[in-house]
Design a protein around this ligand. Sequence first.
Ligand SMILES: NC(=O)c1ccc[n+]([C@@H]2O[C@H](COP(=O)([O-])OP(=O)(O)OC[C@H]3O[C@@H](n4cnc5c(N)ncnc54)[C@H](O)[C@@H]3O)[C@@H](O)[C@H]2O)c1
Length: 241
Amino acid sequence: MICKFGVGLDNVDVEYAKNKNIYVERTIGTNTNAVAEHVISLIFADAKNLYSSIKSVKENKWIKLTGSEINGKVLGIIGFGSIGQETAKLALNLGMEILAYDIAEIKVDSDMKNSDLFNIASIEEIIENSDYLSLNVPLTNETRNLISEKELEKMKETACLVNAARGGVVDEKALYHALNNKSIRSAYFDVFSTEPPSKGEPLLKLDNFILTPHVASRTVESETRTCKLSASIVADRIKND
Ligand SMILES: NC(=O)c1ccc[n+]([C@@H]2O[C@H](COP(=O)([O-])OP(=O)(O)OC[C@H]3O[C@@H](n4cnc5c(N)ncnc54)[C@H](O)[C@@H]3O)[C@@H](O)[C@H]2O)c1
């Protein structure tokens, strides 16, 4: 059997495994909070200019940039599953307005449903109106290059694109042009099409592109939950075999 440490099965050939009678499982929900918190920290990092500020001080400069507040800003979420919904909960508590889209019917608890700050929207409305746009979809044939030139052109000039889902969901060539031409403000990613990116990767040369090394799910708490759940999945499988 294969038990994936996480939810994304895009790096497991599930069809092939099925044909070989290899049982494939995943640890649903154990890293949800960790990734949602990481998305929020990427949003804060952008709003408070953390990267440029820390860099300036380390270079013995003292550049005092003016940041912004995330309270009152619109957070669009494409892919409103576990991580999308948890991110929305955290963001609502910070006073952000949420626009959510999912390919499946969205079901949320009554607190969120009744909040004036929560709305279900079309993908187009989200792209056009978000100050922060967070992608929380799996990588599939439908979501590959979900955000490409056409979508980037429609985003606000002040918008920040956040991708803690999978590399490949954003067309990175189109993103380079959008960031280089400042047609969007910034992009904060935790994932990339090739991990690690190649040395000459043009996006890494831009100050308005920030990449963390696929660490969103890596918290002590999340890894403990994931280890426990995968061990119990394996044990159950052995017991039932
Ligand atoms: N950066 C990290 O460390 C990290 C960690 C965990 C998960 N992830 C990524 O985040 C993704 C989401 O995780 P989750 O736990 O929320 O999964 P989930 O299955 O709970 O949610 C995914 C949601 O995306 C929706 N969706 C699928 N295709 C779509 C489309 N074409 N358009 C709009 N919505 C679509 C699904 O209906 C579902 O509601 C994972 O598949 C994985 O790729 C990244």
